[in-house]
Structure formats: C-alpha cells, structure tokens
Write a new protein. Structure first.
Length: 577
C-alpha cells in the first residue's frame, strides 16, 4: 500500500503496471468494438512468460483476431522466481482452445552424446514436452564427473583454502586438461573456459583455494597455475543462451546452497510465484539442463565424493558410460524423483538440515499455522518429531526397531542413564489425540507394549571446534602493481603473490593502437581510452561486444567509439601467437 501510495504521489508507473494497464485498455477497446490490423503476434522466449504478460498477449489477439505464435523451449524455463509460469507453455493448446505444435529438433551447439544424456535427464519430468534432439556433432567422453575430498588436515591446508582446498585443485586440474586439448586442436589461446556456479558467491568460494584469485569488480576468476587461461564465471541462470567451447560446473554439492538449491522461499512468495511440483526440484532440474548444454564440446562437473548432488547420482546411475574420475559415494540418501507428500495434509515435503536437532529433516511446506509435520525418516509414515514429555531437552524422533519404526528420545543411552521414552505407532496416536497418561506404576506401561528390547542409539553430534581451528578463511583477491612501457606507467592486475596477470605484450599492442587512433583523429589519449581501460582490455581480453561492455569501467559509449577496433586487435594478436 505504501509503495502504491508513493507511485501515486510521484505520478509514476512501474513496468508491471504498464502491462496491466495495457491489458485493461485493450479490454476497453474490445468492448467498444475497435479492431487493430495485426495478423500475427510472435512471442519469443515464451517459456518464461508470466501470467500478466500472457493476459496482455491474449487481450491483444482478441482485438485484432491475430494468430499467436509462441517460440521457446519448456526445457529451459528457469525464471519462476520472477513470475514465469511454465504451464502456460506446456498447456498452450488447451489454454488457447486450439494450437499446432511445431518442433525444432536440430541443434548445432552440443554434440549428440551430450544431448542424449541431458535430454534423458530433463525428460524424467513427465510434464515436460517430449523431444528428440538431433546434432551433426559427435564427441567421446561428453560428460566427465570429477570428484574431490572434503576431508583434510587442518594444519596442512591452513591458509590454503580449508574445505575448498581440494575443490580448487581439481578445478585447476580440469583447466589444465582443457588447455592441453585446445592446444592439440589448434584453438585460440584466448578461448574461454566457462565456470558455472549455482550462486554468484560460488566464484568467491572457489577463491578460498590458494590456487585461484578473485576480481570482485568484474566478478572474474584467475588460475595462478594458468594465469593466461581466459576464465569466465557465470551463474547457471545468467549462462542461459550462451555457448562456450568447454564448461566446468563447480557447485554440484548435496546441500542447501548446492545444485539443486534447497533454499526455502519466503512463504509470502507462494501467493505470487507458480510453484512447479510436477517432480522434485522441477525448476532446478531445468536449470541443471541449461548448465550442461552451454558447452560446445564437453561438460566437466565437479562434486564432493561423499556429498554428491542428487543430480550427479542420477546421471551416473542412468548412464554407466559417463566418465567418473575419483571416488564417488553412490549410497548417499537423495530426494530426487516423485514429489514426497506430507502424510498429514498432502503438501510437498522438503529435506532440510536443522541445527536445533542436528538432523536432516523432511518438513511440510504448508503454512506452519496449518501443518507443522516434520520427520527424520519418511518410512516412519505419519510419525512426527515431538518434544519429549519425559525429559527436559530431548526430542522423540523416528528410529528403526527391527521390522518397524518407533519414536524414541534423542537422550536415550544404552547404559540406562539417559531417557528411555519411546512410542509405538498405536500408542503415539492415542497419546496425540486423547492426551491420556499411562499408569507408570504398572509392570509394563502401554507405550512399552511393542517396544524393542533395546532402543537404537542416535549418533552424537560432532564436537565443536576450538577457537584456533575456527580461524576464518579469506578469499584470495587480485592485487595491483605499477609497470612501465617505455616511460608510461600502468597499474596492472596481479595475483596476491605479486605475479602479473595482465598480458603485457598485448597491453603494448593496444597502447600502439591507441596512439594510432590519436594521430588519425587528432584526439588526446583519455578521450580514446585511458590507461585503466587499456589494462582492463589486456587483462580480460574481450572478443565480443557483450564481453567488452560487461567490464568494469568500460561500456556502450566506449565500445561505440572504438571498441570494435580494439576487439579486432585482440583477436589478431592471439591468432598470430
């Protein structure tokens, strides 16, 4: 209300209301009998259309009797957080009353082997439109899974990256393999390698490793071992529509901020966002498909050996020919597949780690005022975790007892010194619905009637680390050093050990080009491009307009003036190396 009030006071309108008002005006025009002379309405990227934009499209078609042509790929619908509704695409014909489906099945970016694996993966969701894509390209070992260990000796890796130490080592190793392959195939030394993360902070996390440094201004990553490797980092969302020779997915972990992401949306978002419950992590599955298909050659996926992403385990299970380098724990519990439903209210269950319990819990996604069901074991049915009514700080959780399940206190100890409170299934329901209390003076209270002779022990939580072990790790960031070309000083980019990352030979070439432009147009240096801009170009070596304008301190204005000439100079420089 406050937001709308402020818009009204300012006489302003936001973009969403522009769409809403346009649809309203079209409805008014239709009522008055007006017509527009359009034959076709063509909507690109239709898989990302929101309900309000769909309404605008439909209202426009009514006032001009135009045919609606929707172009898109439901396999790449990844913007539900911004309002898109994939069912407007997948149910297009039924929503419109009539429609003709024309499939574009040829693809030229990916090899057939990559498409076969990625296509099978995405079509596990039966609500996606079935397609069989065909590519003229073929490649061996299309998908390579590289594992790393998260176990490490704190003293040996102190200051080297902690739990990210081995991640950095494996990513570095893959970069080296790609560069060797590029050299054998005669590709440009300026060929980009795309690193894909699920979140923006995956780039910073990788740079906890001593092997990488991070440029926070440009969001770029550098490898210390391969400083001339042109690394691009993008999130899976921002990589959509782009293609790179090789791709490394760096965050295939099974955790809240892994891939798939398991972050809970704010409950208020349920009122404005279409939640796709057709399969567990439906949109994350489409996002992972997008990440896998950015490659023109191979896709490398880096995953921890003991906490691999559920998606990784699924790929390995379905495609035994996928290359796995390193150990991989294939017995990790996953929750990918048909949606798990709450046994109480039927809403989807979500797997979350709760510090209070020290357990991974299945929790109902319904509003907490309606349903608060949560359990540590789905096989326990409608057994829900309860506060222990016998001891002060224990919880009754689901435990296996022979061929059935019980609720048992977390404070239970085998030596009899802890809490032995336990519920059979029948007793639990009577306790839950009637609130009765047992006669504890009886030889065997009713809650013990079906109890096992010895209740399963719960694993103890790991001990907390000492202050010296909790020393905060730091991200390795780029530094700067002054160097000279002839008598002109340049503040160039270096790693945190002082090694120069800027290509100094290229910088000299670009400086000569600037001097040439200055003579031709009789302009001072700073009006062409300043020294800082030259350093940026020689460090990040853009070869497209998109790369150029995305760099910090450069932009459309600089590009429109002389950007194309500098890009051509960069391409020529690397073509001759």
């Amino acid at each position: 209300m406050e937001y709308q009030k402020r818009l009204s006071e300012e006489g302003a309108i936001d973009f969403e209301d522009m769409i809403n008002d346009s649809a309203r005006i079209l409805r008014e025009k239709q009522i008055s009998g007006e017509q527009l002379d359009f034959k076709y309405i063509i909507v690109d990227e239709y898989q990302d259309i929101s309900r309000q934009r769909f309404d605008l499209t439909k209202e426009l078609s009514k006032i001009c009797k135009a045919k609606i042509i929707a172009v898109g790929d439901d396999w790449q619908s990844i913007y539900a957080f911004s309002g898109s509704d994939v069912t407007l695409f997948t149910h297009f014909c039924s929503i419109m009353g009539y429609g003709q489906e024309l499939k574009i099945t040829k693809t030229y970016r990916n090899a057939q082997e990559v498409i076969d694996i990625a296509g099978n993966f995405i079509q596990k969701n039966k609500s996606q439109i079935k397609k069989s894509l065909i590519s003229p390209k073929h490649i061996q070992t299309p998908v390579v899974i590289q594992t790393y260990s998260e176990e490490y000796d704190r003293k040996k890796v102190q200051g080297k990256g902690g739990k990210y130490y081995y991640l950095g080592k494996q990513v570095e190793r893959l970069i080296g393999k790609i560069l060797e392959q590029n050299k054998r195939e005669g590709k440009s030394k300026n060929s980009s390698i795309l690193l894909i993360g699920r979140f923006n902070f995956d780039a910073r996390n990788l740079c906890f490793s001593q092997d990488f440094v991070y440029d926070e201004y440009n969001g770029k990553i550098f490898s210390k071992s391969y400083p001339k490797a042109k690394l691009e980092f993008l999130t899976a969302h921002s990589s959509k529509g782009l293609g790179y020779d090789n791709v490394i997915i760096v965050n295939a972990r099974n955790e809240i901020y892994g891939f798939p992401s398991k972050i809970d949306d704010d409950p208020i978002m349920k009122y404005v966002v279409k939640d796709d419950t057709s399969i567990e992590y439906a949109e994350e599955r489409r996002l992972f498909y997008v990440a896998m298909t950015r490659t023109k050659n191979r896709v490398f996926i880096v995953t921890p050996e003991n906490h691999p992403s559920e998606f990784i385990l699924e790929l390995v299970k379905d495609h035994p020919n996928i290359t796995v380098n390193g150990k991989l724990n294939r017995e990790v519990e996953t929750n990918v597949g048909p949606m798990k439903k709450c046994p109480i209210c039927g809403y989807p269950l979500r797997l979350r780690y709760k510090k209070n319990y020290g357990l991974r819990l299945w929790m109902c996604s319904n509003e907490p005022e309606i349903c608060t069901f949560m359990t540590n074991e789905i096989a326990g049915g409608d057994f829900a975790i309860q506060k222990c009514d016998r001891c002060r700080d224990g919880y009754l959780i689901v435990k296996k007892a022979g061929d059935h399940y019980i609720l048992g206190c977390t404070n239970y100890k085998a030596d009899g010194t802890g809490c032995d409170r336990m519920f059979s299934h029948d007793y639990y329901h009577r306790w839950l619905t009637t609130g009765f209390e047992d006669d504890l003076s009886a030889d065997k209270p009713s809650y013990q009637q079906d109890a096992p002779t010895e209740m399963p022990q719960i694993e103890e939580s790991p001990k907390k680390l000492g202050a010296d072990e909790r020393k905060k790790a730091e991200v390795h960031k780029v530094t700067y050093a002054t160097t000279f070309i002839e008598k002109e000083g340049f503040l160039v980019v270096a790693d945190d050990d002082g090694n120069i990352l800027t290509d100094m030979e290229l910088l000299a070439e670009l400086r000569s080009l600037r001097a040439q432009i200055m003579r031709e147009d009789k302009r001072p240096a700073y009006t062409v491009i300043d020294n800082k801009g030259l350093v940026t170009l020689a460090t990040y070596r853009p070869e497209t307009k998109e790369e150029f304008v995305s760099l910090y301190g450069l932009g459309e204005t600089t590009y429109n003036a002389y950007g194309a000439r500098f890009i051509e100079a960069i391409k020529k420089y690397y073509a001759e190396k």
